[in-house]
Ligand binder design. Structure first.
Ligand SMILES: [Zn+2]
Length: 95
């Protein structure tokens, strides 16, 4: 009987990351770093997500980024909701 043991890297994700370990490991293998992606937060006419990139040892490999998408115009109520959610997302991303 042959036993194989492989050293397996585990990516430590922030609590908000929704990326699978398999995808992180693929990115590390092919790109040398990986990106943690948050779930999207969305409202009427807008969507926000944020990211953080890391190397295999967990060190940050770039600045955290927020992605804001507003494909159409916003009503004032939507703009207010976007502003409040953007602030909450900023606070989560900067933890
Ligand atoms: Zn992650």
């Amino acid at each position: 009987m042959t036993t194989t043991s492989a050293t397996r890297v585990t990516v430590d994700c922030p609590a908000w990351c929704n990326v699978t370990q398999a995808q992180h490991l693929r990115e590390l293998r092919w790109e040398g770093n990986t990106t943690h992606w948050s779930d999207s937060r969305s409202g009427d006419g807008w969507e926000i997500r944020h990211t953080a990139t890391a190397t295999a040892d967990g060190s940050p490999s770039g600045p955290a980024r927020l992605y804001v998408s507003t494909p159409g115009g916003l009503t004032l109520a939507s703009a207010e909701a976007l502003a409040l959610t953007l602030l909450a997302t900023y606070e989560e991303a900067s933890d």
